[in-house]
Design a protein around this ligand. Structure first.
Ligand code: FEO
Ligand code: CA
Ligand code: CA
Length: 731
């Protein structure tokens, strides 16, 4: 927020060459920017902007690149430890919606002192992945409109310590069990999804607090189980005994926009919200498949829950978080409740009356995001996904249904989602040392899956629910925490961030291999960090998205600029672009820029988390590299890998640095690429709960210190970035 605000341009956000018959902005949509929004933007209430109804010709997505950029036109921003958002000269960043902001009519303004309630009617916490959905002047879905749209976003988690989400409770909340029911009730509502209408007027953006489109989906919202897991005995609960419905979505991380115009979201670290009694293995039977599965999905017997929600009271919304086999059958308790989470979920952002759908055909894991191959008429829909945990896998889904172009604008979006996402085949990636990889089928048709000695698969429903166990059986490659995937609109190549892996060793259980080749030491102050501390970005190319084979190389090794160029800084990063822990990765449909965002704890002694703009080349633009390590016994281990070409300021530049304690995540844009929205997640997350009433001790006071909102408590928030001359972001 520290860049000067430039002179607003009336033609800022919409291409406005068609001035002839378009009505004034505020005449048509009755836009009523909040007083606060207008003051923030410094735009007078009477300022009008004219928008073009045919702002773009052609398709802005799926390879169209309405405003393709081949040169990064901004000066890189330096590393920063300041408690502010820094963008390049000539740009401005503006907060538009933050934790607690009212989304539904009649909700009180957010006081931000821990006394606020009604979070089911407010923006949730920890804004994460998000997608843009245009609305035209009459409020209909549009593919091209630039001044009005819906942002659908994830609220992944909350800033917590010792059980409690402390910034939303006046005194920080209870840090011992049992938790208070009224505190749990708030925490149940700050997770989930939001749909928020946003509008621009000139260069100023604001969300519309009373929009009919605004929506919250929480941990308690109605959900429909779709795909192979529907009706499975593994999803039977006291709430729903035929396993067709469930409640809520949880720990929603990355996102995807489907080719038919809906919002897809990944349920990521959901397992941590459940508790299991210490005697639960005995109650289930020690060799029971459910015990094998619970262990594989991070819930050993006796595992405590992250927030202790199960102790909030005797009511159903609390006891559902106890994952124990407590009663005589699964129909009477919540032993299977955890199996209703871990999916790619889908909503129609334009229709708040359609419930969330769990697309179980895409497997159950710690889903980061989902990204779609450019759809081709007559060919299956193909989606790529990462499972974000140390040593987990990269997956691909291929639909049974073949793409029909008219489905890009269907009458019923959720039914179209069912057409493409409920029947298909899941594959997992195996990376070979020679730069070739295989997609291995995960289904009962694969005899290796069916013959898994550790877990006897009996159906494709079980493959969908216990996907990690099927992937284990076929020997998939254990990766350095797969985060976001993205598809390059220039050539269809698939990128995955591998954020970091402190478990990677030279010769241990997860040892260096061709696709995860680095092990090194890095100092954070006086603390030594070992493993693949900074992460990397891998790249895949397929002749066709339906192919069973791919080629791969490592596009980028994240690193400190000063690190050893032979073993660590293999991509030649400099002060203009060095980074650690790439997490978010989205290719702009408008410009083709690859935006990379960090969620780092390794380089944060020298810089807050950041966003960079990249113009990647293509697979094979570098070459083979061999890294030589010494084993503990003195022998040499050589790891052959494939690396992309070295970086320079022409191909990779730091664009933004965030406030203290925040990760940068979520990315979407208007179809013309002139407004980019990102999320600042968990500013001030290293604040101590004991200091909750003392703002002077907060690690961050953002966005209050940028002039946004009441109170001083830090808040996750969505910001919009615009260029002072009205240009395309990154140009
Ligand atoms: Fe929620 Fe993998 O980041
Ligand atoms: Ca360091
Ligand atoms: Ca993430």
């Amino acid at each position: 927020m520290n860049q000067p605000i430039g002179k607003p341009s009336n033609s800022f956000n919409d291409e406005d060459s068609n001035r002839s018959s378009n009505p004034r902005f505020d005449d048509v949509v009755g836009v009523r920017l909040s007083r606060r929004g207008m003051l923030r933007g410094g735009v007078a209430a009477t300022t009008s902007a004219v928008f073009g109804t045919a702002a773009l010709s052609g398709c802005a997505s799926m390879g169209g690149m309405a405003n393709r950029i081949d040169t990064l036109g901004f000066a890189p921003v330096p590393r920063s430890l300041a408690d502010t958002v820094i963008v390049p000269a000539g740009y401005k960043a503006q907060v538009i919606v933050a934790l607690g902001d009212p989304l539904l009519a009649g909700t009180a303004a957010f006081k931000n002192d821990g006394t606020d309630t009604d979070f089911d009617k407010r923006s949730g916490d920890h804004h994460d992945g998000m997608e843009w959905f245009s609305l035209d002047a009459s409020g209909k879905a549009s593919a091209t409109y630039n001044s009005r749209g819906l942002i659908a976003m994830n609220h992944e988690a909350t800033t917590d310590e010792k059980l409690s989400s402390f910034f939303i409770h006046a005194d920080g909340g209870t840090s011992t069990l049992p938790r208070k029911g009224d505190e749990v009730d708030k925490e149940l509502m700050i997770h989930g999804l939001s749909v928020v209408e946003v509008q621009s007027q000139g260069s100023s953006w604001a969300y519309k607090a009373d929009s009919q489109f605004n929506r919250r989906v929480t941990t308690m919202s109605d959900a429909v189980i779709m795909g192979p897991a529907q009706g499975s005995p593994h999803l039977v609960t006291r709430f729903n005994q035929d396993a067709t419905r469930s409640r809520g979505t949880l720990n929603n991380c990355g996102t995807g926009k489907t080719p038919w115009g809906t919002y897809a979201s990944g349920e990521e670290n959901w397992f941590g919200y459940f508790s299991r009694p210490a005697n639960d293995n005995d109650r289930r039977g020690r060799n029971d498949k459910s015990v094998v599965a619970l262990n594989r999905y991070g819930r050993a017997a006796g595992a405590p829950s992250r927030h202790g929600w199960e102790t909030g009271g005797a009511a159903d919304q609390y006891v559902r978080w106890n994952n124990g086999a407590l009663a005589a059958s699964a129909r009477e308790d919540y032993r299977n409740e955890m199996n209703t989470f871990g999916y790619i979920v889908e909503i129609d952002p334009y229709d708040k009356n359609q419930p969330l759908h769990k697309r179980t055909a895409l497997g159950r894991m710690g889903h980061e995001n989902v990204t779609f191959a450019i759809p081709v008429a007559g060919q299956p829909i193909v989606a790529y996904m990462g499972d974000d945990a140390r040593g987990e896998y990269i997956y691909k889904f291929v639909s049974d249904a073949k793409w029909e172009s008219q489905d890009a604008n269907p009458a019923n979006r959720m039914a179209t989602g069912s057409k493409y996402l409920d029947r298909g085949t899941l594959f997992v990636a195996k990376f070979r040392d020679d730069g070739v990889g295989e997609w291995i089928e995960l289904s009962m048709k694969n005899p290796i899956v069916a013959a898994n000695p550790d877990f006897e698969f009996t159906s494709d429903a079980e493959v969908a629910i216990f996907t990690r166990l099927a992937a284990d059986a076929v020997g998939a490659t254990r990766m350095d925490r797969p985060e976001w995937g993205g598809v390059n609109p220039r050539n269809g190549e698939i990128y995955f961030t591998l954020t970091n892996n402190s478990n990677r060793t030279v010769d241990g259980e997860i040892s260096t291999d061709a696709a995860n080749p680095r092990f090194y030491s890095d100092m954070r102050g006086t603390r030594q960090q070992l493993g693949n501390v900074n992460g990397h970005i891998i790249r895949l190319a397929e002749a066709k998205p339906t192919d069973a084979r791919f080629k791969w190389d490592i596009y980028l090794f994240a690193s400190e600029a000063g690190a050893d160029k032979a073993m660590v800084n293999l991509s030649n990063l400099s002060d203009a672009n060095d980074m650690s822990s790439p997490d978010g990765l989205v290719f702009s449909p408008a410009t083709g820029i690859c935006w990379i965002q960090t969620d780092d704890g390794a380089y944060t002694d020298q810089t807050n988390c950041m966003m960079l703009a990249a113009l990647p080349g293509k697979l094979g633009d570098g070459g083979k590299r061999t890294l030589a390590y010494k084993r503990a016994d003195g022998s040499e281990k050589r790891v052959d890998t494939q690396i992309g070409k070295p970086q320079s300021e022409a191909t990779l530049k730091r664009f933004l640095v965030g406030p203290k304690g925040a990760e940068i995540t979520g990315w979407c844009e208007t179809p013309d690429g002139r407004a980019v929205f990102i999320n600042i997640q968990h500013p001030g997350e290293n604040t101590k709960m004991a200091d909750v009433r003392d703002p002077s001790k907060y690690e961050s006071q953002w966005p209050a210190n940028a002039g946004y909102g009441a109170g001083r408590r830090p808040r996750s928030a969505t910001i919009v970035i615009t260029k002072n001359d009205g240009g395309v972001i990154g140009s």
